[in-house]
Design a binder for this molecule. Structure first.
Ligand SMILES: Nc1ncnc2c1ncn2[C@@H]1O[C@H](COP(=O)(O)OP(=O)(O)O)[C@@H](O)[C@H]1O
Ligand SMILES: [Mg+2]
Length: 258
């Protein structure tokens, strides 16, 4: 579905990513881990279309990826992706209004009623139906992330990009969010690409785990080499559904492509 061919991301002299080539199958749940500054968010921005790679090509269904971020791709960041001056319902409606009438961002009459019904159904799916009139500041971090997910999914993206979406949440809430995202992934037939710093989360949610890191390092010029995919582990369904207690144990039964 999504193919990255020899992608490089460079900022002036600084090489962030080099030689990243990936084939992403529709319906997969890709977890990306790697040290801070490895270029994980940069890779998501490139896939989102927010930023052009300095070299390489990306294709979606065999055609070059549209330059700007289209409705086929949705994104959820660690925090602050919802609008503070809009209610829960307003935030979700806004996503619909932008996608169906980008110039006026307003819907009227029957179109508006249909949009309301769709937004309410989406809030139901993420467990926020009773919170439709709250403002983000009145909600917990977990509720705000549910809202951010609803806002991304209302546009019916095929690919959902998640950048450390649960990183700022209490560990107790994270379990609920894991169940939610797994259910939405299955029900919507999504392809998910999630960056996380939680290795256990990477293995328990993903069907494939990628590690981004530098393959080579020049101590005199740290900017000279970028990161690439150093581990690429395909997990079977069973393993993806039943996480091992020790993440390292999983390498025994997986296909390892480096
Ligand atoms: N617009 C930019 N200009 C210059 N450097 C950038 C820019 N965006 C990111 N970087 C640098 O690229 C590197 C990778 O950043 P990032 O993709 O955010 O890493 P990660 O998400 O893995 O922590 C960092 O060293 C960061 O400082
Ligand atoms: Mg990042």
């Amino acid at each position: 579905m999504l193919n990255l061919q020899n992608i490089w991301v460079e900022y002036g002299e600084k090489v962030v990513l080099e030689r990243v080539s990936l084939d992403i199958t529709e319906g997969s749940f890709i977890s990306i881990i790697g040290p801070s500054g490895a270029g994980k968010s940069s890779l998501l921005r490139v896939i989102l279309g927010q930023e052009a790679p300095s070299r390489g090509t990306i294709t979606l269904d065999g055609a070059p990826l549209p330059a700007e971020c289209g409705p086929d791709r949705g994104v959820v960041f660690q925090r602050y992706s919802v609008f503070p001056h809009l209610t829960v319902l307003g935030n979700v409606l806004l996503g619909l209004e932008f996608s169906s009438s980008p110039l006026i961002a307003r819907l009227f009459g029957s179109a508006r009623r249909a949009a309301m019904a769709e937004a309410e159904a989406m809030l139901e799916q993420v467990g926020l139906a009773d919170s439709r009139n709250l403002y983000p500041a009145q909600m917990s971090g977990g509720m705000q992330q549910r809202l951010a997910i609803a806002q991304a999914l209302i546009k019916r993206p095929r690919i959902l990009l998640l950048d450390e979406p649960f990183g700022a949440l209490d560990p107790g809430i994270r379990g609920d969010m894991h169940a939610l995202i797994t259910r939405l992934w299955r029900e919507h037939g999504l392809t998910i690409i999630m960056v996380t710093h939680d290795i256990k989360e990477a293995f328990s949610l993903g069907t494939r785990v990628l590690t981004l890191d530098k393959r080579r390092h020049d101590p005199h010029a740290p900017q000279r080499y970028g990161a690439g995919v150093v581990y690429d582990l395909e997990l079977t369904r069973k393993q993806a559904a039943e996480p091992p207690i020790a993440p390292l144990g999983i390498t025994i039964d997986t296909k390892v492509n480096t």
